[in-house]
Design a protein around this ligand. Structure first.
Ligand code: ADP
Ligand code: MG
Length: 611
């Protein structure tokens, strides 16, 4: 037990003994015993007040408490002076407990963010490992859009990285062979080879993982408003208290300074904004904790307000509404190529990508050790690869068309179509089937039940596919064959045309821009790309799109609890204020009302954990 708690307990015991023995005998001994008791009970508050005055934060909570205690003591209301400290500290104790409980929950959720790494063995083969297995000196491979999970040295010739989650600088940084790569950076190269300098546990990434906690400082508008409000509110009430003490001199024929000082102390006590200051941040804090327990990581309390108010939800298709495990349905070959030849070229080219299409084509093995190979992924479009002397293009119809390739040889289908070209001529097509996720069925209809007015799909995939999925989820509308920036333009237009808040949910590299432009950007999925996770305001570590409904309902509940708490706190204070002015309230009652209000709002906030 800490010294604080011992002193506090001791004070309570003494207080009870004292009340029982009824310290009716007047005298200096009596006063000294009360003084010791009050110091025991309130030493932390007095020290806090001295510190605050020293830092010129005169009108702090501690200062108000100290002032009232001194006032009550001088007026010889010893029990009350002691009660002020006891009640105040009791309230503090309860608050701390609630906060500690919530913190433990949030920390547990953070650990879920750690994913996997690819290690290159000495024979050139690769192996998927957990980041915990990384040893110093290991050679690791990272793909475009992945977060580098270890501090190390760059072995590739050069590399662009996005270090904004570490430095806040959003421009990409260029690194050369031998340079240090900081973990937490995002790989913007097709494929980067990095030699680990540290173990995962010692890497910078651990600090990044704590980012969610730091984001708790990301206050919501409402929270900031309450802070500003209480800053102005305290001085105003102190002035009112002073007026109550002074003005009656002119009005009251037989002015009794004791009576009016007492009343002004009551008012002062009520001015203590504890109930707001504690309950509102606590509600958001618990809210973020409750969300993260469900695998919904919000990077700040401001998003809870925004989600609660949102009326539009736009979804990406592939990987978000449809399963990210795709199946190859058919390989079609042209110009005398065999299906196997098409597949082999596709496998090599796709080995650098994390896209669900790439995973389906590549299959089990992570990389093909092959000389003279380089490739680049164009998010949402496809891949340009150089395999030995041959230039391979693989991607959507529009992507190949734009590269000047003639595509008239194939019919339209209801599958995901991936076209393969070699040295400027089309050589084949791979058709993949993506199945709608169980949780996506009728999602649009369900969202509309909860006051969402517009549900849309934005996809880079073809029209037929988009239409089919839109029908299955009962979306209001869909847009197909979009490039990443077009997705983002649609979001920006929506925002321009109406004030209603818009949520965008995506998973891939191609969703990052749209995610960062939406009012609330959400990355969904255990396998969602690190880039979209980083761009997101909220990361859902679950593949089920139904989580969006949970996110909206939980946020609304949190927001309504915040509003309830504000109303409760203001009403209790207003009532006691009136009694105080009429002279019917005692100082300790005024404080008990504040602590009581604080406890009521804390209990109300704790309901959030159960959501
Ligand atoms: P969505 O917007 O629904 O998530 P994407 O933007 O990821 O879909 O993909 C759109 C289209 O671009 C795909 O249907 C495919 O034709 C093509 N494409 C994207 N990435 C790749 C890739 N790595 N390999 C081949 N084709 C790709
Ligand atoms: Mg996607």
């Amino acid at each position: 037990m800490k010294l604080n708690k011992i002193a506090f307990l001791l004070a309570i015991i003494l207080f009870l003994i004292f009340i029982l023995i009824a310290s009716s005998d007047e005298g200096i001994i009596n006063e000294i015993i009360w003084l010791i008791l009050i110091l025991l009970a309130g030493h932390n508050v007095f020290l806090g007040a001295i510190k605050d005055v020293y830092q010129s934060k005169i009108l702090s909570e501690f200062f108000l408490m100290t002032l009232s205690t001194i006032g009550a003591f001088l007026l010889e209301y010893y029990e009350e002076a002691a009660l002020i400290m006891l009640i105040y500290n009791f309230g503090e104790l309860i608050q701390k407990k609630a906060v500690e409980k919530a913190k433990a929950k949030i920390e547990a959720a953070n650990k879920l963010k750690i994913k996997e790494a690819i290690r290159e063995k000495s024979n050139g083969n690769t192996q998927i490992i957990s980041p915990m297995e990384i040893e110093e000196g290991d050679i690791l491979l990272f793909k475009n859009g992945e977060m580098i999970c270890v501090d190390g040295e760059l072995l590739s010739e050069n590399m662009w990285v996005d270090m904004s989650s570490i430095t806040g600088e959003s421009k990409p940084v260029f690194l050369k062979k031998g340079d240090n790569v900081l973990s937490g950076s995002i790989c913007m190269e097709t494929l980067a080879k990095i030699k680990a300098r540290k173990k995962f546990e010692d890497s910078n990434i651990y600090k990044i993982l704590i980012e969610v906690e730091a984001s708790l400082l990301n206050k919501s508008k409402y929270e900031k408003f309450i802070r500003r409000f209480s800053k102005k509110y305290v001085p105003v009430v102190v002035l009112i208290a002073l007026a109550i003490f002074i003005f009656p001199i002119f009005l009251d024929g037989d002015y009794n300074y004791k009576k009016w000082l007492y009343r002004s102390l009551v008012v002062l006590m009520i001015s203590c904004p504890c109930a707001f200051l504690v309950s509102i941040p606590l509600s958001y804090f618990l809210g973020i904790g409750a969300l993260s327990k469900k695998g919904i990581i919000s990077k700040g309390s401001e998003f809870i307000d925004l989600i609660a108010k949102s009326r539009k939800v736009f979804f990406d298709k592939t990987g978000t509404l449809t399963k990210n495990v795709l199946k190859i349905q058919k390989v079609e070959a042209l110009n005398g190529y065999s299906k196997d030849q098409i597949l082999i070229l596709a496998k090599i080219a796709e080995s650098i990508s994390n896209h669900p299409i790439a995973k389906a084509i590549v299959g089990e093995s992570a990389f093909y050790p092959i000389d003279n190979f380089s490739a680049k992924e164009i998010p949402g479009e496809g891949i340009i690869a150089q395999i030995k002397d041959e230039k391979i293009l693989i991607g959507s119809k529009n992507f190949l068309k734009e590269k000047g390739i003639n595509i008239n040889n194939f019919d339209k289908t209801n599958f995901i179509e991936v076209y393969v070209a070699k040295n400027s001529s089309l050589i084949g097509r791979i058709l993949l089937e993506d199945e709608i996720k169980e949780g996506a069925k009728n999602l649009g209809e369900e969202l509309r039940k909860y006051k969402i007015k517009k549900v849309a799909i934005l996809t880079g995939d073809n029209f037929n596919k988009a239409e089919k999925i839109a029908r299955e989820i009962k979306a209001d509308l869909f847009y197909a064959e979009l490039k990443p920036f077009e997705k983002s333009e649609i979001i920006i237009n929506e925002k321009r045309n109406s004030k209603e808040k818009i949520i965008y949910v995506g998973d891939g590299l191609n969703d990052a821009v749209a995610i960062s432009n939406a009012d609330i950007g959400v990355s969904l999925g255990k396998l969602s790309s690190d880039l979209s996770m980083k761009a997101a305001d909220v990361s859902i570590l679950d593949d089920n799109p139904k989580k969006i409904i949970e996110m909206i309902l939980t946020s609304r509940k949190i927001f309504s609890i915040v509003i309830q708490n504000t109303v409760i706190a203001i009403s209790i204070k207003a009532i006691v204020m009136i009694f105080g002015l009429l002279g019917d309230a005692k100082i300790w009652q005024a404080l008990a009302a504040d602590v009581g209000a604080t406890i009521v709002v804390i209990l109300n906030s704790l309901r959030i954990i159960k959501t």
